[in-house]
Structure formats: C-alpha cells, structure tokens
Ligand binder design. Structure first.
Ligand SMILES: C[S@@+](CC[C@H](N)C(=O)[O-])C[C@H]1O[C@@H](n2cnc3c(N)ncnc32)[C@H](O)[C@@H]1O
Length: 201
C-alpha cells in the first residue's frame, strides 16, 4: 500500500469532520455556476474521497463516477447513498473504459507525482469538448499538511502557469485560472486554492 493510501485509510473516519473538509464543503456552491452543467451529463470526480464535490455535483448532472484509490474514503461516500454516484476504487493510471462529459477534482492533484501524465489520462477520458475543473493549492511552503511525506504529498501546491502549459500540451484549450477559495488554518495562515478550467480539444 502506498503512503498516500495508508494515510487516507487512517484519515477516512474523521475526514468529514476536519476543519479543512468543512471549509471545502462551502466552496462547492461557488464552482457550479462556473461550469456548463447539464442534467444529461456524466462527470468523473478524480480523488473523490468522501464526496465533498461528488455529492453536491450529483444534484446537477445525470451521473457522477467517484474515482479514488482509497477504499476507506469511498466507503464513507458509499454510506451517503446517493443514487446517481458510482463508486470506482481504482488508480486512474490503470485505464478508464468510459468517456466523460467533465472531470472535476479537489485537493487530489498534489498527491500524484506525475502531473502531466495525469492530465494526459484526464484528456483521454473526456469526450471532445469535455470540461476540466481542477482545484488545488497554489505553491505553498509545506506548512499546509505539515508532515508531507507521511501524508503522501508529492507537490507543495502548484505554479498555475506550469500546470496550464502542461494541460495545453496534452490537448486542453480555453484554459482559465482563478482563485476560488482560501482555507484558513488554526495557525492563522491562509492557503489560497485555484480553480483551473479547460476544454478538451
Ligand atoms: C485530500 S483528499 C481530497 C478528497 C476530496 N476530493 C475533497 O476535496 O475532500 C485526496 C484524495 O485523493 C485520493 N488519491 C490520491 N492519489 C490518487 C490516485 N492516484 N488515484 C485516485 N485517487 C487518488 C486519495 O485517496 C484521497 O481520497
């Protein structure tokens, strides 16, 4: 089991009660007006975890597939019994046999070492014209998680320009980036999150 999987097996039970998750729930409503959502669409939530985005997204579209390598996190999501959420316990790099109208992801990118390979997989999994919506930390000093290695953190946030360039190289266009939310920690430090939007060519 990888460090990331071990960390989330431990974290699953208390995940929804953590101050960070509670703040992220409030972020969801800011995202939907920025997407072209349609009741016929099928979306993939990459690194869905306990469903902080999958659950509210499922109210706007026909189907959400919640993909995550952590069975423990997905068990928490399954317990919420949302009829149009399908659980997919696998690594995105093992290949997907569907094409989606959109892919969303919150706070999972920084756990994947090979960002461009991940973006390529996402492009391959989208229909032409499909939407990409990625939320993660701007580059930070490592204090967001604290114990980065033990938590399977592979990137201390991102330089959005680099991410946008990588997305363009694997076949996304109409790329747009904005600040979407900030997570406030008990230390008083605030961590801004970006939302990267793109369209599959
Ligand atoms: C910080 S949690 C975020 C969960 C949820 N998206 C949220 O915003 O609350 C990161 C999630 O990404 C998942 N993850 C990390 N690497 C992954 C990979 N290669 N494939 C699928 N899921 C992965 C973890 O298991 C974990 O559930």
């Amino acid at each position: 089991m990888s460090t990331t999987s071990e960390h989330f097996t431990q974290a699953a039970e208390r995940f929804d009660r953590s101050p960070t998750s509670q703040q992220l729930s409030a972020m969801a409503e800011k995202i939907w007006p920025l997407l072209a959502l349609d009741p016929k669409q099928h979306w993939l939530d990459f690194g869905a975890g306990t469903g902080v985005l999958s659950v509210p997204l499922a109210q706007h579209v026909a189907q959400v597939t919640a993909l995550d390598t952590s069975a423990a996190m997905l068990e928490r999501l399954a317990a919420k019994q949302v009829a149009n959420i399908t659980i997919l316990n696998q690594d995105i790099f093992s290949g997907l046999d569907q094409h989606y109208d959109g892919i969303i992801s919150s706070m999972a990118l920084h756990h994947v070492a090979e960002t461009q390979r991940l973006l390529h997989c996402m492009r391959q999994a989208l229909v032409s014209g499909g939407q990409l919506a990625l939320i993660d930390l701007y580059a930070e000093d490592g204090s967001f998680h604290g114990d980065n290695d033990a938590k399977g953190v592979k990137h201390l946030g991102f330089e959005p320009d680099v991410l946008m360039q990588q997305a363009e190289q694997v076949g996304f266009h109409q790329l747009k980036l904005q600040h979407i939310f900030s997570i406030e920690k008990r230390t008083g430090q605030s961590y801004p999150l970006f939302l990267l939007l793109g369209t599959a060519r």
